[in-house]
Design a protein around this ligand. Structure first.
Ligand code: NDP
Length: 323
């Protein structure tokens, strides 16, 4: 079968289309004919060798995908052949077939396309944990969402609005801000607006923002501290700038700020948090209050371009590759 293979870590053009054997579903596993793969910033970092976990080569990227169950390994009873499922975790999805643990698959809501299903798990579970589980956001509260037109950003804006919060959205271009407004953002600001700190503080009633979803990092992290209200919560979800932040902990002390890290991979091990997130998200999906924003879609052979476009900040919504 055709698959993307990475033999050495580096920029997106290290990804090549190759013929590899079709993977076999072992005990407790299923084989899925891949319809759509959601590409996350984490995939780009993994190919570059800059992710939180070590990338072992050779490997086939692709951690979030949707497709049709094609065969069952021994002992699988919770899934049927022909069923459409979404999967999260591991790698290997940028291929015609991929194998996943049957216990980890998510049934796809009837109103979702394959691309929407592949765009859902990472961004929406992360958004929920950022806004609620760790962020403890409440109705009527202001939240600042960075990179608001991206995959996580669009999910966060939609979800925050559906949960009754007030949203300040930041992004790098007017076009991206328009998307955030279309999704319900109350206030939008260019990431490079020279008065951004004051404007954010003013928008949230002059006292700063109680909750910030921080995904850019680097020098922007200090700005997040400046934009936060006293006793504000800053949820560190990403470091898209790939720069060090150089934080001074005494800043936190002076203003009683809380900085909390969020990594979906390790939170998925917390069953209570995962079930609570799924229970909160299910009715919002069923009612159409949240709908994954599928961004540009690419063929398997265009994978390197898809990854480069994410790095170049050209994309909005979730980038999807259809093998
Ligand atoms: P996006 O679709 O949001 O793409 C990344 C966006 O980051 C860009 O569109 C860009 O938006 C912004 N950005 C800011 N600075 C840079 C930079 N120097 N280079 C490239 N992009 C930059 O990706 P994801 O939704 O997959 O991820 C968004 C962030 O959230 C990432 O940092 C990612 O690692 C993190 N994340 C973390 C998770 C976790 O479990 N901790 C789970 C999911 C995502 P703009 O042009 O508007 O600035």
């Amino acid at each position: 079968m055709k698959a993307i293979v990475v033999e050495r870590l580096g920029p997106p053009d290290v990804m090549e289309v190759k013929e590899i054997p079709v993977p076999q579903a072992g005990e407790g596993e299923i084989r899925i004919e891949v319809e759509a793969v959601g590409i996350n910033f984490a995939d780009v970092l993994a190919v570059a060798g800059e992710y939180l976990t070590r990338t072992r080569v050779p490997y086939t990227p692709g951690m979030e995908f949707a497709g049709i169950v094609e065969s069952l390994g021994e002992g699988v009873t919770n899934v049927k052949v022909g069923q459409r499922v979404a999967c999260l975790g591991g790698s290997g999805a940028l291929a015609k077939y991929a194998v996943a643990k049957a216990s980890g698959v998510i049934p796809v809501p009837e109103n979702f396309t394959g691309a929407q299903a592949a765009a859902f798990p990472v961004s929406y579970f992360t958004a929920y944990h950022g806004l609620k589980t760790l962020g403890r956001g409440v109705e009527g509260e202001w939240v600042l969402i960075q990179a608001a037109a991206g995959a996580l950003g669009t999910a966060s804006v939609q979800l925050a609005k559906a949960l009754g919060m007030n949203v300040i959205a930041m992004a790098s271009t007017e076009e991206k801000l328009q998307l955030a407004r279309d999704l319900g953002a109350d206030v939008t600001l260019l990431q490079d607006d020279p008065d951004r700190v004051k404007k954010v503080r003013d928008a949230a009633g002059g006292k700063g923002v109680p909750l910030i979803l921080e995904v850019v990092g680097g020098k922007r992290f200090q700005e997040s501290l400046d934009m936060a209200a006293d006793q504000g919560r800053i949820i560190v979800i990403g470091n898209a700038s790939r720069e060090d932040a150089g934080m001074r902990p005494v800043e936190l002390m002076k203003r009683n700020l809380t900085v909390t890290g969020l990594w979906l991979t390790s939170l998925m091990g917390d069953r209570q948090a995962t079930v609570a997130a799924a229970e909160a998200l299910t009715p919002l999906v069923a009612s159409g209050k949240v709908t994954p924003q599928v961004g540009p879609t690419y063929a398997l052979a265009e994978s390197a371009r898809a990854f480069q476009d994410i790095l170049d900040r050209k994309t909005t919504g979730k980038v999807v590759i259809e093998p």
